[in-house]
Design a protein around this ligand. Structure first.
Ligand code: XBP
Ligand code: MG
Length: 262
C-alpha cells in the first residue's frame, strides 16, 4: 500500500471526539451535613435533650421515637418545638416557649457532647482522613446550632481538618433551602461542580442539589425509606462492603458530572 493511503486511513487521538472526562472538574472539597451524617445524633441524642428540656420547663410534652421521626421534616430545633407546641394548642405562647426550651435543649446537648456521649458514624474517620491526605478539602453545612456543632466536630474529627463550618446560626433560611451549602461553597471559594455533599436525608439532598452539588447519601434508620432521586449514590453507611473512600468519592463525583454533561 502507498504511504499516503496508510497515513490517510490511520486514526490519531487528536482526530477523535474529546475524551468524555475532559470537561469533568476535579473534586476539590467534600461538604458534610452533621446530624445523621457525621454522627447518628437524632434518636438518642437530640431527642433525649428535647425531652429533658420539656421536663425542665414543666411542659407535659414527650417525643417518642416514632413521633420525633415525623417531626424531623421540620428542620431547626426551635422551629420543630414551636410547630409542635402550636399543634398542641399553645397558641401565641408557642414561639416564646420554643425559644426558651430550645435554649435549654442546646445547653443540655452541648453538655452531652462534652461528656463524650456521641460517637462518629463507623467508617467516617477513615473517610475524612483519606480525603485530607488526598488533598481534598473538608467543609460542614448543617442547620444545627453552632454552640454544639463546634464542640461535636472538634470532639469527633479534631482540629485543623475541617476548613469551613456553616451552621444554623449563619443562615437566614434552613434546609431544604440551599443557603447553607451556598455559603460553604462561597467560603471555600469553589464552584459547585468542584465539590460534593454528603447527606443523610431527603431534606438535606434537596438543599445540596439546590446548591448544584453532586450528593452522596448515607442513610440512617430514620431516613432509609426516603426518596433519594437525584443522588449520586445511596449507601447504608461509610463502612459497607466497599467502604466510602476518597477514591470512591472522586469516582462518584466524576461519574455524576459525566451523566449531567451527557
Ligand atoms: C438537623 C436539624 C437540626 C437538629 C437539631 O440538621 O434539623 O435541627 O435536628 O439541632 P442537619 P438544633 O441534618 O442539617 O445537621 O436543635 O441545633 O436545631
Ligand atoms: Mg442530616
Amino acid at each position: 500500500m502507498h504511504a499516503d493511503t496508510i497515513t490517510r486511513n490511520r486514526s490519531f487521538w487528536w482526530d477523535r471526539a474529546r475524551c468524555a472526562y475532559a470537561d469533568v472538574p476535579a473534586l476539590e472539597a467534600v461538604i458534610f451535613d452533621v446530624d445523621g451524617t457525621i454522627a447518628d445524633t437524632e434518636r438518642d441524642g437530640h431527642r433525649l435533650a428535647f425531652n429533658a428540656a420539656f421536663a425542665h420547663h414543666g411542659l407535659n410534652v414527650y417525643w417518642d421515637v416514632a413521633e420525633y421521626g415525623r417531626l424531623l421534616r421540620i428542620t431547626g430545633g426551635e422551629r420543630r418545638i414551636a410547630a409542635d407546641l402550636l399543634d398542641r394548642g399553645y397558641g401565641q405562647a408557642a414561639g416564646e416557649l420554643a425559644t426558651a426550651v430550645h435554649r435549654t435543649k442546646t445547653a443540655l446537648f452541648r453538655d452531652s457532647i462534652l461528656n463524650g456521649d456521641i460517637d462518629p458514624r463507623p467508617g467516617l474517620l477513615d473517610l475524612i482522613w483519606g480525603l485530607h491526605c488526598a488533598g481534598i478539602r473538608i467543609g460542614i453545612a448543617t442547620t444545627g446550632r453552632r454552640s454544639w456543632v463546634e464542640p461535636l466536630v472538634r470532639q469527633l474529627i479534631g482540629d485543623g481538618v475541617v476548613e469551613v463550618t456553616i451552621t444554623g446560626d449563619d443562615v437566614t433560611r434552613l434546609k431544604p433551602d440551599p443557603e447553607a451549602y451556598q455559603r460553604a461553597l462561597h467560603e471555600l471559594g469553589i464552584r459547585p461542580d468542584a465539590a460534593m455533599a454528603i447527606e443523610d436525608s431527603a431534606v438535606g439532598l434537596r438543599a445540596a442539589r439546590g446548591a448544584g452539588l453532586a450528593t452522596v447519601i448515607v442513610t440512617t434508620d430514620y431516613t432509609a425509606h426516603q426518596d433519594f432521586t437525584g443522588a449520586a449514590a445511596v449507601l447504608p453507611g461509610y463502612d459497607g462492603l466497599e467502604p466510602l473512600s476518597a477514591r470512591h468519592c472522586k469516582r462518584l463525583h466524576d461519574r455524576w458530572w459525566l451523566g449531567q454533561r451527557q
